[in-house]
Design a binder for this molecule. Structure first.
Ligand code: PLP
Ligand code: COI
Length: 341
């Protein structure tokens, strides 16, 4: 398969149309078989539930070219399961887990020329999503839905790649207790647009959201979970019912315990503890692991000892092991890697 001629090392995290996408429609209580199409547009009623009441959700995962030249995807079954949970919370019909994985595989296969080569620093981002497509004017769920999967080649989510970023404590809340923070609903991202632009306008790369009820505990950012490393090399990850259960974070916990022999604590993390950690990072499909150098709390800076030049040593070990597994340099746990034949 001839790859597209692209400047893979400099593509950034931006949408680029690729050749084919998967589309399946839900009508009269059932999903159709779905097709691959070249049509990247969607035509729906002006009164579609997604347009009026934001009934939409999505997932994100990546395809990688391994050292041996295979194309692989990472834990797609977990994305399928998370989308199921999201759909149930949003009164949307579940797209069956096995069919989800098959749709992702088919879409990647149809866009192989866009899977960045091994060592290029880029990957193929895969975006499955669903929306309520028929007209509803009273507040109620749609009766008809569309499930789509498209792909787009991407580079690092944060400019500068592995350079530590600066984040600020956000005065806005991301998710309410008993709200929708734990699912991947489009509405969670709509509400984050003002805070993220405001953070950028003030010179910060991202927002650190605190728990809405007490504003004493660390939750997550708009698009990634936190990891912290203690001075005695433990991995600490915030626990909360209102953060997205990151697949990257769950994978890192396994890697820390089983590959790096580290102790892991998944627990509530108080903002006051931040000053005691040695390293901090953001983890997610898009972010991979982006190191955080400092947190700005209304002018007061909390600087991690790992500094602003490089990823901290323990974060680097986690990063190298996880990406080693994804790129086929390190043997993966059973079931983590799906090879696209
Ligand atoms: N938290 C939020 C709010 C996200 O949007 C994402 C991205 O998917 C994550 C965390 C990381 O999750 P994952 O590792 O499954 O990509
Ligand atoms: C992902 O990491 O896949 C996400 O969905 C995060 C998004 C903010 C790009």
């Amino acid at each position: 398969m001839e790859k597209k001629n692209m400047d893979w090392a400099n593509i950034g995290f931006a949408y680029q149309k690729t050749d084919k996408r998967f589309v399946s429609n839900y009508k009269n209580g059932a999903w159709d078989e779905g097709v691959l199409t070249e049509d990247d547009t969607v035509t729906i009623s002006e009164c579609a539930c997604v347009l009026q009441y934001a009934q939409t959700c999505f997932e994100g995962l990546k395809a990688y070219t391994t050292e041996k030249g295979q194309t692989v995807i990472f834990r797609p079954d977990l994305n399928a399961a998370r989308m199921k949970d999201t759909c149930e919370r949003l009164e949307m019909p579940v797209y069956p887990v096995e069919k989800f994985v098959e749709a992702v595989v088919q879409t990647v296969k149809a866009n192989m020329a866009y899977v960045p080569p091994f060592g290029s620093g880029a990957t193929l981002y895969i975006r499955p999503f669903m929306f309520g497509s028929n007209a509803v004017i009273g507040v109620k769920p749609a009766d008809e839905y569309q499930f789509r999967v498209f792909t787009t080649p991407v580079g690092p989510y944060f400019k500068g790649g592995a350079k530590p970023i600066t984040i600020r404590v956000c005065d806005y809340d991301r998710a309410a207790p008993r709200g929708t923070g734990h699912i991947k609903a489009g509405l969670n991202y709509a509400m984050s647009l003002y805070p993220i632009m405001d953070a950028h306008r003030n010179g910060f790369d991202e927002n650190m959201y605190l728990d809405a009820a007490t504003r004493t505990k660390v939750e997550e950012t708009g698009g990634a979970n936190f990891i912290f490393i203690t001075k005695d090399n433990k991995l600490v990850t915030p626990k909360s019912d209102s953060i997205l259960p990151s697949i990257t974070r769950r994978s890192l916990v396994y890697v820390a315990e089983n590959y790096l022999d580290m102790e892991v604590e998944h627990r509530e993390v108080y903002f006051d503890e931040l000053k005691d950690f040695a390293e901090c990072g953001l983890c997610g499909t898009a972010a991979v692991i982006s190191p955080v150098g400092k947190v700005n709390d209304h002018g007061r800076e909390i600087c991690f000892p790992s500094g602003m030049e490089d990823m901290g040593p323990v974060t680097k070990k986690l990063y190298d092991t996880l990406t080693g597994i994804q790129m086929g340099r390190i043997e993966a746990p059973e079931g983590w890697i799906k090879v696209i034949e």
